[in-house]
Design a protein. Structure first.
Length: 212
């Protein structure tokens, strides 16, 4: 318990995101519990007979349901899905939160999450979810930051970023679906990645260099 409390004090945002994702994944039964699952989709969805009828984003926002822009990142559809994403969030969060602070990481996750969700929604899909877009954004940030600020490197092994790019390519080739792993939210991944790269460049420009 003391170890957890120590980690909580050091990484409250990272741990909170992981716990929230786990709680919502369990609450929605890995996507099987439609009633609770639709609480967190980007737009409300109603079941009429055998059909799922999705609302529009405009009406969703006009009704004040702004949280839906973010909440799909907490939805996961298999144990492998949430374990895989959680490991990457942990690896990136434990580097970013001490270096840039809690508020910065919270805003980064929220911003990347909203952008990646909107990118996936604009493909015509509403039944999507997962932290993968945020993962790509944070890893993209770390990769570019380490090259822009080698003296302040976050020490993420380059091979890990290479693996994620490889996985992104496989997603666009539809390999995961052909292996029975389900559809991949490719646009969310790509939008998350570019958001993270832009955030790294902007942070590099705005954050003062350390003087030795």
């Amino acid at each position: 318990m003391n170890g957890f409390l120590r980690l909580w004090r050091q990484l409250p945002v990272t741990i909170s995101v992981l716990l929230l994702a786990l709680a919502i994944t369990l609450l929605t039964g890995l996507g099987d519990y439609a009633e609770t699952f639709f609480w967190f989709t980007i737009v409300p969805v109603h079941i009429l007979g055998n059909q799922a009828i999705a609302g529009t984003l405009q009406l969703t926002l006009e009704s004040g349901q702004w949280w839906r822009l973010l909440t799909p990142i907490f939805l996961h559809f298999s144990l492998l899905h949430i374990v895989f994403n959680s490991l990457w969030i942990w690896e990136s969060g434990k580097r970013l939160e001490p270096a840039f602070g809690r508020i910065w990481l919270l805003l980064a996750i929220a911003g990347i999450g909203v952008i990646s969700n909107l990118a996936q929604y604009w493909t015509g899909s509403v039944m999507f979810g997962g932290l993968s877009g945020v993962v790509y954004g944070l890893l993209g940030f770390i990769w570019l930051w380490d090259r822009l600020r080698p003296a302040q490197s976050l020490n993420m092994p380059p091979a890990l970023f290479g693996f994620m790019i490889f996985w992104l390519v496989l997603g666009y080739l539809d390999v995961p679906a052909s292996l029975g792993m389900g559809q991949v939210a490719n646009e969310a991944h790509l939008a998350g990645l570019f958001s993270g790269l832009l955030l790294a460049f902007g942070t590099h420009l705005l954050r003062p260099q350390r003087v030795r």
